[in-house]
Each structure stands twice: as C-alpha cells, then as structure tokens.
Design a binder for this molecule. Structure first.
Ligand SMILES: Nc1ncnc2c1ncn2[C@@H]1O[C@H](COP(=O)(O)OP(=O)(O)OP(=O)(O)O)[C@@H](O)[C@H]1O
Ligand SMILES: Nc1nc(=O)c2ncn([C@H]3C[C@H](O)[C@@H](CO)O3)c2[nH]1
Length: 206
C-alpha cells in the first residue's frame, strides 16, 4: 500500500510554490496548508537590515511552522488524510544557515532540531528549481512592496543553498520522493500542458 501523501512544494523565493501547490490542491482535491506572509511583522524590517532582524524573523517562521505542522499532524497525517503544503520545514534551516552566524546560528540549530524531530515530514517533495532571472521576474510581477529591497546576491546565494540542501535531503531521506520541476521552462501558469505534465507525475504517486 502506498503511504498517505503529505506533499510539500519547495523552491527559492518566488519560484511558484504557492501557485503550484494551489493548483495541485484543486486538481486532486487535497487540503492546502498555506504559509501566512502578509501578517509577518518582521519581513519588511528584515529586508531593510538582515543582520539586525534575522534572529527574530527566523524564530518567527520556525514557531509558526511548528504550530501549523503540529496541527497538521493531528488533523491529517495521523488520520491518514492527504495534505499539501507550500513549504517544507527544512526551508527554515536553509534560510537560517544563510542569515544567522555564530552563537545565534548554534542556538537556532539546537532549537530547530528539538522542535522538528517529531513533526510529520512530507513524503513527496516537489522542488521548483529556477534561475535568478526567473525569480526576479516573478518577484517583480507579484509586486510585494517589502521584496523590492531583496538583494540579487542574497537571492543567488539562496538558489545555491537550495541546490545543496535538496541534494542532501535526497541522500538523507531516500524514501522521500522528490520531483524536480524546471521552473525556467515550466510555465504552469500560462501553459496548461506544463501543469498537466507535473500533475501526471504527482498522480502516479498518489
Ligand atoms: N511557473 C510559472 N510561470 C509563470 N509565472 C509563475 C509561475 N509560477 C509562479 N508564477 C508567478 O510568479 C509569482 C510568484 O509565485 P508564488 O507566489 O507562487 O511564489 P512562491 O514560491 O510561493 O513565493 P514565496 O517564496 O514568496 O512564498 C506569482 O505572481 C505567480 O503568478
Ligand atoms: N529569512 C527567511 N527565512 C525563512 O524561513 C523564510 N520563509 C520565507 N521567507 C521569505 C521569502 C519571501 O520574501 C517571503 C514569503 O515566502 O518570506 C523567509 N525568509
């Protein structure tokens, strides 16, 4: 018997996670867990001054996701009900390792491992890989005011961090199915056939 699907869509900022997760949720009638962005009190300040605000921001994301995944465990996973989310908890570590240093990073890592060790983990991960150019275009198109301050160098580093992190995840968790989507070529917003191609791969795993 196939395990009950817990699907996470991942990729760097603006890769299309929420868009694809929403489309898949509609297609397969699977409840969607969405990240709350607009109510985050630190994002704006963070993009203005990363060093000053990174610890508050990373802890805020970690606590919010912890709460959401704890609820998910109770509501869906432990009842063998499928669920799809537009993030994987692992992204906390990817970002924090880029934005925190020294003692704060050490403390954060300890808290991250403590909080996440018994959380439900996705068994299907869709990783949208996209270039700097594509991400910048999408971030600009979406037009969130606070993201106009994103430094391209930060975004480029995140792209590379995601590559490393997903290679590590594949090695560490061979049982997790990872579907990699070429986000530069797959325009699942404008081209229905591109979405169908992704949906067909997901369907095989359900
Ligand atoms: N494959 C795609 N082709 C064209 N446009 C896309 C594609 N995916 C997303 N978009 C557009 O790019 C913008 C960003 O998409 P979305 O909000 O889904 O990204 P995200 O990865 O969830 O972002 P974040 O990292 O900020 O949570 C949106 O305006 C969306 O319509
Ligand atoms: N520093 C940092 N850590 C995270 O865990 C994290 N998760 C998302 N983000 C940023 C990307 C988008 O601008 C916006 C919405 O995804 O929030 C993060 N930033």
């Amino acid at each position: 018997m196939k395990p009950c699907p817990f699907i996470a869509v991942e990729g760097a900022i603006g890769a299309g996670k929420t868009t694809l997760a929403t489309m898949l949720s509609d297609r397969f009638d699977i409840p969607l867990l969405k990240e709350i962005v607009e109510e985050n009190p630190f994002l704006d300040k963070f993009y203005q001054n990363i060093e000053e605000w990174s610890f508050q921001l990373e802890m805020f994301f970690l606590c919010n996701r912890y709460k959401q995944l704890e609820d998910t465990g109770l509501q869906y996973v432990s009842r063998h009900q499928p669920v799809i989310s537009d993030y994987h908890i692992y992204k906390n570590l990817i970002f924090a390792q880029r934005t925190l240093k020294g003692v704060k990073l050490d403390k954060y890592r300890q808290i991250y491992h403590l909080l996440t060790e018994d959380l439900p983990k996705p068994n299907i991960v869709i990783y949208i890989r996209a270039s700097l150019d594509t991400l910048q275009k999408r971030i600009q198109m979406r037009g969130r005011e606070f993201e106009t301050a994103i430094d391209p160098a930060y975004l480029q580093q995140l792209i590379e961090d995601y590559e490393t992190a997903f290679a590590e995840l594949a090695e560490r968790e061979p049982g997790t199915r990872i579907i990699t989507v070429n986000g530069d070529e797959m325009d699942f917003v404008e081209h229905p056939e591109h979405f169908e191609h992704i949906a067909a791969q997901v369907k095989e795993l359900l």
